[in-house]
Design a protein around this ligand. Structure first.
Ligand code: NAP
Length: 241
């Protein structure tokens, strides 16, 4: 679908990849960008100053917050479910409260926002509509040190597939983006190769504009994605050995 002229809502858009997605949407001439943030004051001043930007208080775990935010939007035809958290811990000893928190935000949060916004997406008509879920390569095979996070993202990956089937024929594209490591606060202190979030944001939106349902938005995920599509067990072995 076309970004130019679109009305977008990005969750978790005050920092990290979400903030870069907002900047990229504006650079590609989106008509209106709703910037969802738990704390609206945390949205950068230069973004707030853009007349196309509307900042929304939005906590994806809070049904009242989601309803109020959606009520305040009009004509959204591009939803980007970006908000996310990552807790460390392996499958045998990890803190279950962190596993639950990741599931609440990364899975139920995505599901809640998407359900609430569906009427707006369905009403998009000739403009077309899309839901972009920011998942991760490790939705598809886990890293053992962040097993709860991977499970929550695997749930969101499954939800993405189920949603795609459920709205088929309604003019709503359902897109999964599967990045590798990105250089944001989420992985601060973790020593690994990380992609530039601005580049990841640009590649996600190019994927949206070129009609891709599955987006590998950085070189590492593009390489690993090829492995996964050819042999899912090989990716599992690569990530867990
Ligand atoms: N960084 C990576 O390596 C990587 C790799 C693959 C995929 N991803 C995915 O990319 C997305 C963005 O992550 P990031 O790297 O930009 O992380 P980040 O820098 O830690 O930013 C996370 C964003 O999510 C927001 N958020 C957290 N809980 C929320 C809630 N309950 N309601 C609404 N917003 C909430 C945060 O808001 P506050 O400022 O209020 O905390 C923040 O804006 C996530 O879905 C993540 O899983 C990241």
């Amino acid at each position: 679908m076309r970004i130019s002229g679109s009305t977008a809502l990005v969750t978790g858009a005050n920092r990290g990849l979400g903030a870069r997605l907002v900047a990229e949407l504006l650079a590609r001439d989106a008509a209106t960008v709703y910037v969802g943030a738990r704390d609206p004051e945390s949205v950068a001043e230069n973004i707030r100053r853009d007349p196309r930007v509307r900042v929304l208080a939005l906590d994806v775990t809070d049904p009242a917050s989601v309803s109020a935010a959606v009520e305040a939007t009009r004509d959204v035809n591009l939803l980007i479910n970006n908000a996310g958290v990552l807790g460390f811990g392996d499958v045998l000893t990890g803190d279950l409260s962190l596993f639950e928190r990741d599931l609440q935000i990364n899975y139920f949060g995505v599901l809640r926002v998407t359900r609430e916004l569906l009427p707006s997406l369905r009403a998009s008509g000739a403009r077309g509509a899309a839901v972009v879920n920011v998942l991760t390569l490790i939705s598809l095979a886990p890293m053992t040190t962040i097993a709860g996070y991977c499970a929550s993202k695997a749930a969101a990956h499954s939800m993405t597939q189920a949603l795609r089937a459920s709205v088929r024929g309604e003019g709503i594209e359902v897109i999964g983006a599967y990045p590798g490591g990105i250089d944001t606060d989420m992985l601060a202190g973790v020593d690994m190769d990380k992609a530039d979030p601005a580049e990841v944001a640009a590649r996600i939106l190019t994927g949206v504009e070129t009609g891709q349902e599955i987006i590998w938005p950085d070189d590492a995920s593009a390489a690993a994605g090829k492995v996964y599509l050819n042999d899912p067990v090989q990716l599992e072995t690569m990530l867990t050995s």
